[in-house]
Write a protein that binds this ligand. Structure first.
Ligand SMILES: [Zn+2]
Length: 489
């Protein structure tokens, strides 16, 4: 397939896929019908096509060729293991567990778990959840081994080498750079964790992941975030930045009330930049605010991409850059200054929430740094016997009992864990730059909005390491500002 034909076909495929996800998520369509879309495009996932893209990469290492090869390989591998993915998903959709003399769906355990105030009951419910999960672990082993075989079959040294080459990453180096995040936040993490577990009446020695999930749900803060103000404060914030929702031609805010609409906000970049949806069913509470602001960062980014850029830069490339804008906007909902000025929260409450949100972030970052180390072992050594490595590596970072049963369920394809970490690191570098150049209230500055629009215009073309160098004068990705933020609570 010629380069231009491949790019055009891939773009149409993504348009169709995104439209289907948008319509189902927005409650406009009852069932997700992906099979027909994949069948129509079967030649995009054919082995001959992917081999052609990988061969092109060997001849020309330009970003455009690399992004197209990344897309071709990713879709090829996903398509090749889709029966296994479906078997795992369907088994868990059907499964139920017994709880308080009732059968509850496996998929609904989490909301029940985070509302259960008694730790022994939480542990009991979580054990029932894992009893279902482990049944699918043999399928997960098969799926991971298949992914590893496919990578070698395409001529890469192994799965990690494949991801690193397609993304332009050096993961052991990146992991080494992140080590100080664990060592330097060790004490503050233990202190915060201990205080919060004891407030939740969990004996320190008994604590496990279900107790942290309970602590992090923190319903006491939901009153700061009223449902009816969610959309108006987002609109006001964006307007002050000079990027108001209705000034962006391609962006549609979908607030329509439909029974089947997803309760969680999402962004659907159906056609970039001319047809981007930001979908919301405003409920209120900290999670809802966090989710809508996060998704609005994605939506502003995609709807401001230069339409003249090739497909490979409008849709494909370093996903960490889109996550960076999402994190930047999400962070506003934790910024005490924004909480007081825009949301009119009492200062004391705003500061209390900020401290909580910082602990929440510290938990996630320590978890992700440990997960990166674990996933490097998993992909380099294969899944056999990895339960222990998962339990020990995450346990060391998180100071609580880690369930070995999750050693495969807790892994995203394509080492995506590194993508999130890259975004968290760069977001703090970018936020520091915004504060330095546009002030603490950067989100009220049209100049700041103008600067962001320049960054948005290049789509996913440049990796965050490169943007750090070319746009904010940093030597590259640097976790130091992030570590400082985590220590500031
Ligand atoms: Zn995101």
């Amino acid at each position: 397939m010629a380069d231009t034909t491949f790019a055009e076909r891939a773009e149409t495929f993504l348009n169709d896929l995104m439209r289907e996800h948008y319509q189902v998520g927005a409650g406009l369509k009852e069932t997700l019908e992906l099979a027909a879309i994949y069948e129509r495009n079967a030649d995009l996932f054919a082995e001959a096509t992917v081999r052609e893209r990988v061969a092109a990469l060997r001849l020309d290492a330009s970003k455009e060729t690399r992004h197209l090869a990344d897309f071709a390989v990713g879709s090829f591998v996903e398509n090749a293991v889709k029966e296994l993915s479906e078997s795992i998903a369907n088994a868990e959709l059907k499964a139920t567990v017994e709880w308080d003399d009732k059968q509850i769906p496996y998929k609904n355990i989490r909301p029940v778990l985070v509302r259960e105030p008694e730790y022994r009951r939480r542990h009991d419910l979580q054990a029932r959840q894992f009893a279902v999960m482990v049944k699918q672990n043999p399928l997960r082993v098969q799926r991971l081994n298949a992914q590893h075989d496919l990578a070698r079959g395409l001529g890469f040294a192994d799965y990690r080498a494949m991801i690193e080459q397609l993304r332009g990453w050096d993961l052991p180096k990146f992991h080494k750079q992140l080590n100080p995040l664990l060592s330097e936040t060790e004490d503050i993490f233990e202190r915060e964790l201990g205080t919060r577990l004891s407030a939740a009446r969990v004996p320190r020695q008994a604590a496990d992941t279900s107790d942290v999930a309970y602590v992090l749900s923190a319903p006491e803060f939901d009153a700061i975030f009223p449902g009816e103000r969610l959309v108006p404060v987002l609109a006001k914030t964006l307007e002050r930045m000079g990027v108001s929702l209705d000034s962006t031609p391609g962006l549609t805010l979908d607030t329509g009330a439909r029974p089947l609409k997803s309760p969680r906000a999402f962004c659907a970049p159906v056609r970039v930049p001319n047809e981007v949806y930001l979908v919301i069913k405003p409920i209120g509470g900290q999670d809802d605010y966090r989710a809508l602001f996060h998704e609005s960062g994605h939506a502003e980014h995609f709807s401001h991409v230069d339409a003249a850029l090739p497909f490979a830069f409008r849709y494909l490339g370093d996903e960490a850059i889109s996550e960076t804008f999402a994190f930047l906007f999400e962070h506003l909902t934790q910024n005490p200054r924004w909480l007081v000025d825009v949301l009119r929260a009492p200062l004391r409450e705003a500061e209390k929430y900020w401290r909580f949100a910082l602990f929440h972030k510290l938990w996630f970052l320590r978890r992700y740094v440990a997960k990166l180390e674990y996933e490097l072992h998993l992909h380099d050594e294969g899944p056999s016997g990895m339960e222990t490595a998962y339990r020990d590596i995450l346990g060391d970072a998180l100071h609580i009992t880690i369930p070995p049963e999750r050693y495969l369920d807790d892994v995203d394809d394509g080492l995506y864990v590194a993508g999130y970490l890259r975004a968290w690191v760069f977001e703090m570098q970018l936020r520091d730059f915004m504060v330095e150049h546009f002030g603490e209230g950067w989100y009220e500055s049209r100049d700041a909005g103008g600067f962001l629009q320049e960054l948005w215009a290049v789509g996913l073309r440049d990796a965050v390491d490169e943007i750090a160098q070319t746009r904010i004068g940093a030597p590259g990705l640097d976790p130091k500002p992030l570590i400082e933020e985590l220590l500031s609570g």
